[in-house]
Design a protein around this ligand. Structure first.
Ligand code: ATP
Ligand code: MG
Length: 299
């Protein structure tokens, strides 16, 4: 691969292997057993899901994170290879690490999750690594990763990269908004969902702390907040099949527009399209890989 063809975007964060139990008749209760219709394995985590969306939109992208312990790493590597996602910045889990996996139960159109976080958020990022030579943007999959690795901000700026940050649901950090102002103020684009943002604000995060905040509002669409202005765009109507990863897919679509200098309205539209495409397909972000020419053409 020549220099100019290398990754333009690096996505960093926790990488999970999701064990998705589908057709679950009811939530298991203590002392009882429930049988699902089927179970399948999928790569997961915000960084992976957004990275796959960038790939689907034609952006050379690298993933940086620790692979779940074997045998679950195979799933991530196989899915990454299928979409051309560069994994040269990823590391194996240390010996003896417990696998970073999520059990997802799909019950009547919704899902509940049980996850195991293992070890550090991600390996240290070496911005002098050959993979990083062509990078111009870093997307951080969840605020917890930035909280654990604040040096990422300086590293990215020194390398001349722009920075985006998803929040990701985090029971411990979301009620600590005041303490997060300093970190969030240093990213270019902050992309929480509406509940995450409201919880952060209620605990002291300033609403205009990032130069551009993009609120993901589910079936209502999304709102961009910048320079004291609000721009709201309704969602793309779609039949909900599987909402997993919609927020991460939205990030990919929005940021692909933002990185090409599109007006905010177009970025929101692209984000909404990617979110809707994911919601309308089984298997989260990978549904995007059915490749809608519309998505590419609009960028
Ligand atoms: N029911 C829906 N109909 C149409 N579009 C949707 C729907 N749900 C989500 N989307 C699209 O996906 C985007 C992201 O969804 P959402 O607001 O649920 O993010 P999130 O809560 O961060 O998701 P995730 O659970 O993946 O973290 C929305 O802004 C919207 O564009
Ligand atoms: Mg989200």
């Amino acid at each position: 691969m020549s220099e100019t063809q290398g990754p333009k975007i690096v996505c960093i964060g926790r990488i999970y292997c999701d064990l998705v139990f589908a057709g679950v008749p009811r939530m298991p209760t203590l002392g009882s057993e429930v049988f699902a219709d089927n179970v399948s394995l999928h790569a997961g985590g915000g960084a992976f899901n957004s990275a796959v969306t960038f790939c689907a939109l034609g952006w050379n992208t690298a993933l940086s994170g620790t692979l779940p312990a074997t045998p679950f790493d195979t799933q991530i590597l196989t899915e990454a290879q299928a979409v051309g996602l560069d994994v040269s910045l990823c590391r194996q889990a240390p010996p003896g690490a417990s696998p970073q996996i999520t059990v997802a139960m799909a019950i009547q159109g919704d899902r509940s999750f049980l996850s195991n976080k293992s070890g550090k958020a991600a390996p240290s990022l070496d911005t002098t690594h050959p993979t990083c030579r062509t990078v111009r943007h870093m997307h951080i999959g969840e605020i917890r990763t930035l909280y654990e690795m604040p040096a990422l901000l300086k590293q990215a700026r020194t390398a001349g990269w722009t920075i985006s940050l998803d929040c990701g649901w985090d029971d411990e950090l979301m009620p600590q908004g005041a303490a997060l102002n300093k970190l969030v103020s240093q990213v270019d684009v902050f992309l929480p969902n509406e509940i995450e943002f409201e919880t952060l604000k209620a605990s002291g995060l300033k609403s205009d702390v990032a130069p551009l905040t993009v609120l993901k509002q589910g079936a209502k669409g999304a709102t961009a907040l910048s320079d004291g202005q609000r721009l709201q765009l309704p969602a793309t109507p779609v039949q909900v099949v599987d909402a997993t990863g919609a927020g991460d897919a939205f990030n990919g679509g929005f940021l692909a527009g933002w990185l090409t200098g599109e007006p905010l309205g177009t970025c929101l539209e692209n984000g909404n399209q990617c979110g809707a495409k994911t919601v309308g397909n089984i298997g989260g972000t990978l549904g995007l890989l059915a490749k809608e020419p519309m998505l590419k053409a609009s960028l």
